[in-house]
Design a protein around this ligand. Structure first.
Ligand code: UD2
Length: 312
């Protein structure tokens, strides 16, 4: 029996993908080191099998592929913290790059049918041209971004070189339920929603806006990211290619705060601080390539925000 492998399946995006795969009655294997993923993120289903392990350990990856057979590999496991990659590039490189390489090697060896890799808009760096097209120059500025870009190239080249049917997706600013708001470098929406809810519960909290709040991002709801993952898996035209995943719409932090005020009825105090070092002013995806193969986002930032708020 063949299963679908989701590395990082206990994490934020991975767990939503696992949920969708279970809805399609697919047998799923979650491989996760639980460094940030949580067992309670994974749906409780007979279809899901969980193996604790580390993609940066070649023998663990080999053993996994010896023990189980996979049709599709969704490779979502990573150390997602850009800050950590700057502080400890060796450790993050092992996971964010070596891990990808081991999974590719095993996938080629074991005849995996589809391999989908989660890359990041971080590969574009701070080049000013907007919206970003997949053919635009890249400028990966951090070890995290360099590892995502290098992994992406290995993933795409694996199709040309070994015939493994691969696709890489560059996720823009993903948000939704189960994104951890704990670190100051967590996604801004998870932080803002956490503060709004705690404020409604009477806690003494504030929102910090770095800069003037007019910076914009392409905020994409996690369910749309799952939609893109499943779409490219089924699409022959997506093989050997890279796609942006976003909504194609820019939303500023001030817009977010407006939406939140409408949804929640009340905001905590807002403090404005100087912009963060290295912060980019605007980021926006051109999603025309993904649209050509049938994608359209189901949720605007505002709609996603409403769903997230109701979930919390
Ligand atoms: C995203 C990625 C980051 C890196 C970067 C590359 C996330 C969570 N971060 O950073 O890992 O790939 O893209 O371009 O996906 N902000 C506030 N208040 C807060 C928190 C954030 O004002 O409490 C601001 C922040 O300074 C930035 C904006 O909100 O201007 C978005 O921040 P973010 O960390 O959610 O995402 P981003 O695009 O800076």
């Amino acid at each position: 029996m063949k299963r679908t492998l989701v590395t990082g399946g206990a994490g934020f995006i991975g767990s939503h993908l696992v949920e969708a795969l279970v809805k399609e009655s697919r047998e799923v294997l979650v491989f996760d080191d639980f460094s940030t993923g949580k067992i309670e993120n994974i749906p409780d289903s007979k279809l899901v099998h969980v193996v604790k392990g580390n993609i940066s350990d070649r023998f663990q990856v080999e053993n996994l592929f010896k023990k189980y057979q996979f049709d599709t590999v969704f490779h979502l496991a990573a150390i997602a913290s850009v800050v950590k990659s700057v502080e400890n590039p060796e450790e993050t490189h092992k996971t964010n790059f070596d891990g990808t390489l081991y999974l590719l090697q095993e996938s080629v060896k074991c005849g995996v049918i589809r391999f989908i890799f989660a890359s990041s808009a971080a590969v574009y760096g701070d080049l000013p041209k907007l919206p970003k097209k997949e053919t635009d120059p890249v400028k990966p500025l951090t070890p995290y971004a360099v590892d995502k870009y290098a992994s992406e190239r290995y993933v795409i080249n694996a199709y040309e070189l070994y015939g493994l049917k691969t696709t890489a997706l560059r996720f823009f600013n993903v948000f939704g339920p189960r994104q951890d708001p704990a670190s100051p470098y967590s996604g801004v929406i998870s932080i803002f929603v956490d503060r709004v809810i705690r404020n409604l519960k009477g806690e003494n909290v504030a929102i910090t806006v770095y800069g003037d709040g007019r910076q914009t991002r392409d905020f994409v709801y996690v369910k749309d990211v799952v939609k893109a993952l499943l779409l490219v898996e089924r699409c022959h035209e997506a093989v050997g290619r890279v796609f942006n995943v976003g909504t194609g719409k820019a939303t500023s932090l001030l817009d977010l705060l407006d939406y939140l005020a409408k949804i929640a009825g009340k905001l905590p105090p807002i403090h404005f601080e100087p912009p963060r070092k290295g912060d980019i002013k605007h980021s926006l995806a051109d999603i025309s390539e993904l649209k050509k193969i049938g994608f359209s986002p189901s949720f605007t930032a505002q709609e996603g925000l409403k769903l997230l708020f109701e979930w919390e």
